[in-house]
Design a protein around this ligand. Structure first.
Ligand SMILES: [Zn+2]
Ligand SMILES: [Zn+2]
Length: 181
């Protein structure tokens, strides 16, 4: 290994070091030989250039929510990248089940929305804003709110004049919205 090799994280397949290459990120055991690890992560995913820090978080936590991906028509969208056990990467826009109607909660540009938003017979307007009190709500927190009704940890938020306060985020009793509890 030469001095310029930059270790980004640990390979989820074989436990080896993942290093940066000119085209992306490669497991050091990915030597092209049969039977060796085949892990390679492209430096560009969904028309979005990945940073070393983002790849490091993906390798460590196995998922990361990011903005700025783009369709072939260059329409921007956010999604959650998930690293599978075999080292492949999937895009998952669905982060939880709607606590109100059972629909899919998907990450959008400004909010996590219910997939039944446009259903004509029974529209569901359940929404969790991505920014609550200056805090950027994570996919894990959305899952906790939808599954358990409340986040496990208190979250640091900002009031008027920059006053810092800590509350959990949870469902209102009628499960229609998210409130600070
Ligand atoms: Zn590997
Ligand atoms: Zn719903």
């Amino acid at each position: 290994m030469d001095n310029e090799t930059k270790i980004i994280g640990r390979c989820p397949v074989c436990g080896g070091n993942v290093v940066k290459t000119c085209k992306g990120y490669r497991c050091e055991n990915n030597t092209g030989e049969d039977g060796k690890c085949g892990l390679f992560i492209n430096g560009v995913i969904g028309n979005r250039k990945m940073s070393d820090a983002e790849i490091a978080e993906l390798l460590e936590k196995r998922s990361i929510m990011l903005d700025g991906f783009a369709t072939k028509e260059w329409k921007a969208f956010p999604t959650v990248l998930v690293m599978n056990a075999d080292g492949t990467i999937a895009m998952e826009s669905v982060v939880a089940r709607c606590p109100r109607c059972g629909g899919e909660i998907r990450v959008g540009a400004k909010a996590f929305n219910c997939s039944n938003y446009r259903r004509e017979d029974a529209p569901c307007d359940f929404v969790i804003w991505r920014n609550i009190g200056g805090h950027l709500v994570t996919a894990a927190e959305v899952r906790e709110i939808c599954e358990s009704g409340v986040t496990s940890e208190e979250i640091e938020m900002y009031g008027e004049n920059g006053v810092i306060y800590r509350r959990k985020l949870g469902l209102s009793p009628d499960k229609s919205k998210v409130i600070k509890v």
